[in-house]
Write a protein of this length. Structure first.
Length: 83
């Protein structure tokens, strides 16, 4: 993602994350690896599937994946504010 000139407003952040989540749900390639998803959401996977299954599964929620990509500045989407 291009480093913004100023911090995004909550509306811009919602727009970027929502657009990326829609792309992911439609089958777009991910910018984070499956291993990173397993590490980031380990506690959630253990609570859902147990310790043994958590090593083989990863999070499938597009919104959580998009939020993780946004926090790591991996999304190549930015807004052009009307000044």
């Amino acid at each position: 993602m291009v480093e913004p000139v100023r911090p995004h407003t909550r509306f811009e952040k919602a727009r970027i994350i929502g657009a990326r989540a829609l792309q992911i749900s439609m089958g777009a390639p991910l910018y984070v690896s499956e291993g990173d998803l397993r590490v980031e959401f380990r506690e959630e996977l253990v609570s859902l599937y147990g310790v043994q299954e958590a090593n083989f599964r990863f999070v499938l929620d597009p919104l959580k994946i998009a939020l993780l990509e946004y926090e790591r500045h991996l999304i190549p989407i930015d807004v052009d504010p009307h000044l």
